[in-house]
Structure formats: structure tokens, C-alpha cells
Design a protein around this ligand. Structure first.
Ligand code: AMP
Ligand code: FE
Ligand code: FE
Ligand code: ZN
Length: 288
């Protein structure tokens, strides 16, 4: 067998991916992955199904959540692995964010509807699995279904990006609070795509230093939204601050071009990550 293939960042239809968790794990097996993390936005509801599928396919499954956070007024995504999703404070924060995401998506939908777009909120909900964390991608899917745009990307570029007049923000915890909360819930805190400039302003090195003081344990280094300079910067910073350097696809099924396994995490990094997390077990379907 060749080198162990590990992808630590994916989304199912429990948030804005398009595959149900079991299909995502089957696709991970077909892509030749040995270990995959399921990291839906703000929700852990896909873990059980993904864990069962991991056992069936002989894969390892790292349970995770990508928590939408803010820092100095801009959006930051925090990957949290092996955390206890029942931790009361953490749960309250995630519930609050998810509730506000629904209200916000409804407001965005109504704004577009008033401007004459062929859309209403039931049409958006028709694009989501019940109980999923809703987001702009579902609104994009509804606009695509209505024939207004060819794909999510086009809808984002035209009316859904953060600078759009139709954009509405949603509640998100401060990342300086979220990191210690993830740690309190037994989780491992890793910053997702920290220098992905296409999404808006990015963190300064001193922000990452401050987050490390607050308990941050890793940086996503290898990610499609990082150019070569971003990768070099993240890798150097992870090295200097003693943070785990991870690599991942950020797979969203048919919702994005990202392919499973397009970026990988080293086996030694996974070993260290597994040793740091205590809120939830790694499902090692590879054990047989
Ligand atoms: P939200 O969390 O509702 O603000 O939506 C953000 C999500 O939209 C991200 O997690 C991405 O998955 C997705 N996204 C952001 N930009 C794009 C884009 N240009 N094309 C497709 N999906 C995007
Ligand atoms: Fe997403
Ligand atoms: Fe993200
Ligand atoms: Zn993601």
C-alpha cells in the first residue's frame, strides 16, 4: 500500500455540500482516501451516518465541524475536530448561529424577490435537506433551479458575494471565543483556509499569533483557495508557532469544483491531531 491518503475538510448535505454523508464517504473510498473528516458548517448531525459508512467502506472518519466565526469584523472559518457536540455552551453557540442563518437567508431571498428574481423562500428550502445548516449556496441552487444562473459560482459572482447589495450577514461567534470553546469541548481547533484572499480580507500573522495564545492548534495550509505564496506563508507560520499543518479539499459534492483528495494531510499530522482530541472518538473503520 502507498502513502496513507487523508483529507480533513468536506461538506455533506447536512450543510452546503450536495452528497448525503454515506455517499460522501463512498466517494472518498472511490477516490482512494484512507481517512476523511466530515466538517459540515455549524452542525454535527451527519457524523453518525458518516461513521457507519466509514466502517462499511473500511475508512477512517474524523468527526468535525467548520464553525463560522468573525474576527475584527470579517469572516473566519474554524475547523473543530473530535469535539463533544453536546457541550452546552458550544451547542448554544451553534444553535444560535444556525437559527440566525435561516432568518438571514430568508431576508436575502426576499430582497432578491423584491428586485424581480424568480425566487421565494420555499424554493430555497426545497434545495435543502431538512435540518441542514442553510447558507447562500442553497439560495444559489434555487436561482440555478429557476434557470437564472448556470451554476452556484455564477450566482455568487453576480448577487450573492459579500459585497452585493443583497448580502446580509449572520450571527457568528468571535473566533477568539470559539477557539477556547472548542478546546473546552475536547476538540482540536484548526483555522480553515486562513489566507484565502478571494473571500475578502484575510488575517494578519499577528492575528494567528493571538489565536495561538488562545488555544489554536493548527492551520489549514494546503487548500485550493491558497496560492503558492499563501501556502508558503501558512506553512512558515505553522512551523514557527508549532501549529499542525493540514491539507484538505473542502469538497462540497456537485456544489463546487473541489475534488476529494485534491490536497492531503500528512499521516504524522493526523496522528498528532488524534492524540489532541478528546471530545469524540475517531471512527477507525480501517481496523476491520
Ligand atoms: P454562507 O455561510 O451562507 O455565508 O455561505 C458561504 C458558503 O458559500 C461557503 O462555505 C462556500 O461553501 C460557499 N461559497 C462561497 N463563495 C462561493 C462561490 N464563489 N461559489 C460557490 N460557492 C461559494
Ligand atoms: Fe461551504
Ligand atoms: Fe470554509
Ligand atoms: Zn469548508
Amino acid at each position: 500500500m502507498g502513502r496513507v491518503r487523508i483529507d480533513l475538510h468536506t461538506h455533506s448535505d447536512h450543510s452546503d455540500g450536495t452528497d448525503p454523508p454515506a455517499d460522501l464517504v463512498a466517494a472518498a473510498a472511490a477516490a482512494g482516501l484512507d481517512v476523511v473528516a466530515l466538517t459540515d458548517h455549524d452542525v454535527a448531525s451527519g457524523w453518525a451516518e458518516a461513521g457507519e459508512a466509514a466502517r462499511a467502506h473500511g475508512l477512517g472518519l474524523v468527526p468535525g465541524i467548520e464553525i463560522s466565526c468573525r474576527h475584527r469584523g470579517f469572516s473566519v472559518h474554524l475547523l473543530a475536530y473530535l469535539l463533544d457536540p453536546g457541550h452546552p455552551e458550544l451547542r448554544a453557540e451553534l444553535d444560535r448561529a444556525r437559527t440566525h442563518r435561516s432568518t438571514r437567508l430568508q431576508t436575502m431571498t426576499e430582497g432578491l424577490q423584491r428586485a424581480g428574481f424568480p425566487i421565494d423562500y420555499p424554493a430555497v428550502l426545497a434545495q435543502t435537506r431538512e435540518g441542514a445548516t442553510v447558507g447562500r449556496p442553497h439560495l444559489a441552487d434555487a436561482l440555478v433551479a429557476a434557470g437564472r444562473y448556470p451554476d452556484r459560482e455564477a450566482a455568487f459572482a453576480d448577487v450573492l458575494h459579500a459585497g452585493s447589495p443583497y448580502y446580509v450577514s449572520h450571527y457568528a461567534p468571535a473566533v477568539l471565543d470559539a477557539v477556547p470553546l472548542v478546546r473546552a469541548a475536547g476538540g482540536v481547533a484548526v483555522l480553515a483556509h486562513p489566507f484565502a484572499g478571494g473571500r475578502g480580507r484575510v488575517l494578519a500573522d499577528h492575528d494567528v499569533e493571538r489565536l495561538t495564545d488562545a488555544g489554536l492548534q493548527g492551520l489549514e495550509v494546503w487548500h485550493r483557495d491558497h496560492g503558492p505564496a499563501d501556502v508558503a506563508r501558512a506553512a512558515a507560520l505553522a512551523d514557527r508557532l508549532g501549529l499542525l499543518p493540514t491539507g484538505s479539499s473542502d469538497y462540497h459534492g456537485a456544489g463546487k469544483p473541489n475534488r476529494l483528495g485534491e490536497h492531503l494531510t500528512a499521516p504524522e499530522v493526523l496522528e498528532r491531531l488524534l492524540a489532541l482530541g478528546s471530545g469524540q472518538s475517531f471512527v477507525d473503520g480501517r481496523a476491520g
